[in-house]
Design a protein around this ligand. Structure first.
Ligand code: GRF
Length: 186
């Protein structure tokens, strides 16, 4: 089975997924796509020996460029890991129930356009939440609204700040995301 990861930033989840499947013969990360030519995920892929491709807005907006690329490399599952653009509907139509995303909060709370990274954890802190977590879900035409596949929770204590919350959430991502992907592909 061939996974393609979309990432816009650091790519720590992408690296974690690549490493996890490195020793599993049935599944491989065939490529990583990014919309940021400076994304740190590109350096990670160089080090890990994984093909990585930069697609600018024109390419993503163009009707079939990305679809043809993904079909061309026999993609079985598209994994969004910190990808900040909305997925074009023709891509969703071409890969029905084959695009998943991870969101660093317990959707439907703290989701939607513009809610990513620090902002999510800051909002959780400001609302005095006693727990937060991760949501892995199918991707549809709207940000963070597809069917939920998996959620995991962690406690939030008054002394937590956005950074300490982010750290707890990243640990949940690293622990669960590869295993959820493995189950989906089995
Ligand atoms: C993660 O927190 C993920 O939940 C969110 O974006 C972040 C990506 O981090 N979608 P990284 O680029 O994998 O380090």
């Amino acid at each position: 089975k061939r996974i393609v990861i979309f990432a816009s930033g650091s790519g720590s989840n992408a690296e974690n997924i690549i490493s996890f499947f490195r020793e599993k013969p049935q599944v491989e990360v065939a490529a990583v796509l990014t919309n940021k030519s400076s994304a740190k995920v590109l350096e990670r892929c160089d080090r890990l020996g994984v093909p990585a491709f930069y697609f600018n807005k024109i390419a993503f907006k163009d009707s079939d460029t990305v679809v043809q690329f993904l079909e061309g490399i026999q993609t079985d599952l598209i994994v969004l890991a910190g990808f900040l653009w909305k997925i074009p509907s023709n891509l969703i139509q071409s890969f029905p129930d084959k695009i998943i995303n991870i969101h660093p909060a317990l959707l439907p709370k703290y989701g939607g356009k513009g809610m990513y990274g620090e902002r999510v954890h800051q909002a959780v802190k400001e609302n005095n939440e006693t727990e937060t977590g991760i949501t892995i879900h199918y991707v549809n035409e709207n940000y963070d609204e597809g069917a939920i596949i998996f959620q995991a929770k962690t406690k939030v204590i008054p002394s937590d700040d956005a950074n300490s919350i982010a750290e707890k959430v990243h640990q949940l991502e690293y622990e669960h995301f590869p295993k959820v992907i493995e189950k989906l592909l089995s």
